[in-house]
Structure formats: structure tokens, C-alpha cells
Design a protein around this ligand. Sequence first.
Ligand SMILES: *Cc1c(COP(=O)(O)O)cnc(C)c1O
Length: 370
Amino acid sequence: MNDKPIYVTSPLLPSLDDFTSSLKEIWESKILTNNGSFHKKLETELATYLKVPYLCLFTNGTLPLITALQALRITGEVITTPFSFVATTHSLWWNGIKPVFVDIDPNTCNLNPEKIEAAITPRTTAIMPVHVYGKPCDTERIQEIADKYGLKVIYDAAHAFGVEVNGESILKTGDMSTLSFHATKVYNTLEGGALIVHDEQTKKRIDYLKNFGFANETEVVAPGINSKMDEVRAAFGLLNLKSVDQAIEARHQVAIKYRTALQDITGITFFDDMPNVRHNYSYFPIFVDEEKYGMTRDELYFKMKEQNVWGRRYFYPLISTFSTYRGLESARPENLPIATQMANKVICLPMHHALTPENIEKIISVIIKK
Ligand SMILES: *Cc1c(COP(=O)(O)O)cnc(C)c1O
């Protein structure tokens, strides 16, 4: 019964032989970091793959958030979502910015644009939404509000690698977008990330900021940080880029199987694909309605665990409940009823390119047989 554990994700890995060849090249060049040839090549290839003009590689997905806020000189208050990974809000905190939580839309789990305006104050300078589970935010509506109030928009697009709307990259929206290439994400460089900007000048500035503020050998133009990606991880990323489309298609097939099997289960709901969107199937959240399903979310979650099926309760608890943030006025659960509700219902099922038909069958059977 309790055979091998089925984890929520499994990292995309290149062939070890290919990676060894890359390592040999690095050993021979003796260039390990500081915008070496693998770094340059990965920036170019990723920009092409993602259909964006300018992309800056980073050492993880949190530092581009922190750096974007610095680059745009964001201060005061920023409107954001409590339904995300903590790094979103932590990036504000590290910049001395007060996060203002706004509730989410139950149909997407993304920041609800209709609730943004009520949270704007004279101190608001930006909006930081998240494309949760890779589902695109209502970027048009968010931009309208930003334009009306003169706010910047920084998207945490950590989940949205390769996501497109009407054939256009979602990363082209807002003032900047960030990606994470952490091992658990759809596309990984072990650890890694990127900041997507829309013009050459801004790219230059970001490249200074991620390298201590150095504009050249002797000139430091800003209090920058060190968040450069090294050659080993860039080489790893170049190899993984070759198979990421295949991995996304494999995830798509898993999503189809889950949807077919779970559609008739009373009390379990999930998201359908959105029209005109190229999804990346980064996560497969299900929502458990305790009354209708006859079991609480946690009961199902722990029962899955007992059977060696490791889901994750993303995003529970809400960021707004953590000690750093819970004292904020906007963190009160009454202000965030939908986010609170969704956080209490969600389980992300195992979702990755290497799930076997037997794995999927087992996961489904645990949910079906109560
Ligand atoms: C993973 C993630 C991050 C942080 O990325 P790291 O590469 O782990 O630093 C930020 N925001 C969201 C929404 C994430 O899921």
C-alpha cells in the first residue's frame, strides 16, 4: 500500500553526461561567474523562448523582487496579495515598504482588481500582484487602476514561466515582472531567477544593481547588491531549456487526467484552462468543500500523506497571518474573507513531468475512496 512516496513535484534535470560536458567547458575557461559566456547565452535564449526583449538573470527569484522595488524607487505602501509564497511580501519588508493586503478573486486566486482602489492611500506607490499557479492576473484592469492613480506595477510571475495570453507573453505586462527558477518550479536552474524589463536602459540599470552598483571598473552608481547567476547554473539552465516544452506538455496531460477523474466528485473543485491562455500547468490545486465532500481539507491532506501521496497546502497559511504581518490593519481576516476561505480549502496535488499513469491512478483513488 505504502510504496514509493509521490511528491508534489520533481525537478526537471538535464542528462548528467550533457551537464558534465558543460562543466568541462567551465573548468577549461576558468570563468565561473560575472556575466560569462553561459550567462550571456542563457539570457539570450530565455528572452527568445519567453518572447520578451530584455531579461536579467538573478541568483534566485526573491532578489529580482527586491531589486525591482529598488530600481523603481518604490516607497510607502504597496498593494499586494496574501495568497502567495512569503517571498512576495518579504521583498517589500526588506525595502522598508508597508504591504497592504487586498483580497483575492475566488475564480483565479489572484488579487481582485475590484478591491484595489479602496485600499489606495496617498502613500501608495505600487501594486505587486502574483500570477498565482501561473494563472494570468487581469493585467488590463490592474494597469487601468495603476494609470489612474500613478502607480507602478511589479508582477511576481514566479509561477508564470512561459505563460501567454493571446500569443503574447504575460511577462510583458506591468513595469517589471520577476521569475523564479528554483528547483521546485516548472523550469529550474537549481536556484535562480530573472527580472523582465521593457527597455535597454532599464536592463542596464538592473545589471548594475545586481552587481553592487558597478557601472564600470571604477564607478559605483547605486547601492547595489550581489545577485548574479553563476556559470554552472547558467549551463544547467541552458540544458533544461531544451526539454521544458516537453515537460510542460507532460504536465498538461496530467492535468487532463486529473480533470477527467475528478469532475464528478462532489465537493472537489478545480480550475479549468482559461480561454486564449497558454498555461504551464505549474500547479494543480483542488479545493475541498468540507460539507459536500464529507471530509475536511486537512483530513484529506493527512489521509493522502498516510498513503504516501504528498500534496501541499499552497497557500496556507496566508502570508497575512505570519508574525511579521499579522499586526497590520489590512491583515485582518475580515479584510480577506475569500483568501482565508481558499487557503482553508486548497491542496495542490502532485504535478510534474515524471508522474506515471500508476502514480496518477493512485492519487486519484485516494481522493475518490473516502
Ligand atoms: C518560488 C517563489 C518565489 C521565490 O523564488 P525563489 O527562487 O525561491 O527565491 C517568489 N514568489 C513566488 C510566488 C514563488 O512561488
